[in-house]
Design a protein around this ligand. Structure first.
Ligand code: ATP
Ligand code: PAF
Length: 322
């Protein structure tokens, strides 16, 4: 590696509506993952990487920040960096990693997967490794799984769209299909009420996930409609007792104006997908609950996004000779 390199990549956030973890969970992380359905959103994580050669160091100096704040325990990001250190033979460099999140972290919007994926794409460019996007995405998949922050999130964010994950596994191994291709007419609207740790769920409550998600996939494969996706997601979240009273009130209010809705797995986040002409009406309901639930100790946020169909992408790749 010669000179300074900068790379920027973006990965969309992702909401899982229903899911199953095929058993037995195999040992190979590339074969592990989940089946289910979800939607990628136009907001997500942008990661900027600056790589400086620096002869005065015996070991690399690595700094990570999230939204401008230094972060020493970004475990998913550190996992990705360690995987790259095994692939490059240089050790004397400084690496600045800056994650910018325009989705809240921990609310079931797939931020850990998006951080890992955007970082992996950016490092691949900065280190000039020439991995394919699929190979870079596999590193992110392994990181999200190893840190117990996600199972099928990375492959969904790699693919983009309103999707069904028909076969579990890493990008290139798992199978993803779009539920519908024409998504320009839809918006994903969310009320993020409070965070919930995916690690906690995958560690302590994973037994609640049975074969229901797989049966639901068969129904969705036949109907391929947004309404069915929302319906099934709601039934799924109820079946694992994951809808809090606060979320249930919001979902009821949306039902009253003719909108189906559910909660994002795993967070106290209500989401719906509506056609553009319904956005104003839904926005009023969600803003009203945002104001009702916000208090001095917690911030509740309302988000409006399009459906991302591109999946993760590199935005910039620059280098200057030393
Ligand atoms: N932007 C980010 N940069 C680095 N690490 C992140 C970022 N976002 C999330 N993480 C890591 O992921 C953890 C939160 O993951 P968690 O899986 O609970 O939430 P999520 O990814 O927002 O939602 P989901 O439930 O959809 O996975 C954080 O504690 C942090 O370790
Ligand atoms: C486990 C999960 C629901 C967490 O976001 C997601 O990664 C998925 O659908 O596998």
């Amino acid at each position: 590696m010669d000179g300074y390199a900068k790379a920027i990549a973006f990965a969309p956030g992702h909401i899982t509506g229903f899911v199953e973890f095929p058993t037995p969970m195999l040992d190979d992380p590339l074969l592990k993952g989940s089946r289910g359905a979800g939607v990628c959103i136009s907001k997500g994580i942008t990661t900027e990487v600056h790589l400086y050669p620096y002869d005065g160091l015996e070991v690399p100096e690595i700094k990570i920040s999230i939204n401008g704040k230094p972060c020493s325990d970004a475990d998913v990001s550190l996992y990705v960096v360690k995987e790259y250190l095994r692939l490059v033979d240089i050790r004397r460099f400084k690496l600045d990693i800056m994650h910018r999140a325009d989705i809240p972290i921990g609310y079931g919007l797939g931020s850990s997967g998006a951080a890992a994926l955007s970082l992996s794409y950016a490092l691949n460019r900065a280190f000039m490794l020439n991995l394919s996007n699929e190979e870079a995405a596999r590193i992110a998949h392994k990181a999200d799984l190893a840190c117990r922050c996600g199972a099928g999130t990375v492959i969904a964010e790699y693919h983009g769209g309103l999707e069904m994950r028909l076969k579990a596994g890493a990008p290139g191994i798992g199978i993803v299909e779009s539920i519908i291709d024409e998504v320009d007419d839809y918006k994903v609207l969310m009320l993020c009420i409070s965070p919930y740790s995916t690690k906690e769920f995958l560690t302590n409550r994973i037994g609640m996930i049975n074969g229901l998600g797989g049966k639901m996939l068969n129904i969705l494969k036949e109907s391929r409609s947004v309404e069915t996706f929302l319906d099934l997601s709601f039934r799924f979240a109820r079946s694992i007792d994951f809808i809090t009273d606060r979320a249930a009130r919001v979902i009821d209010a949306l039902h009253c104006i003719g909108c189906k809705a559910s909660v994002a797995l795993f967070g106290e986040t209500v989401f719906t997908i509506v056609s553009n002409d319904k956005v104003g009406e839904v926005e009023k309901v969600l803003s009203c609950y945002r104001d009702l639930y916000s208090n001095s100790s917690s911030s509740v946020c309302y988000l409006s996004c399009s459906i991302d169909t591109r999946g993760a992408t590199v935005i910039e790749d620059t280098r200057e000779p030393s």
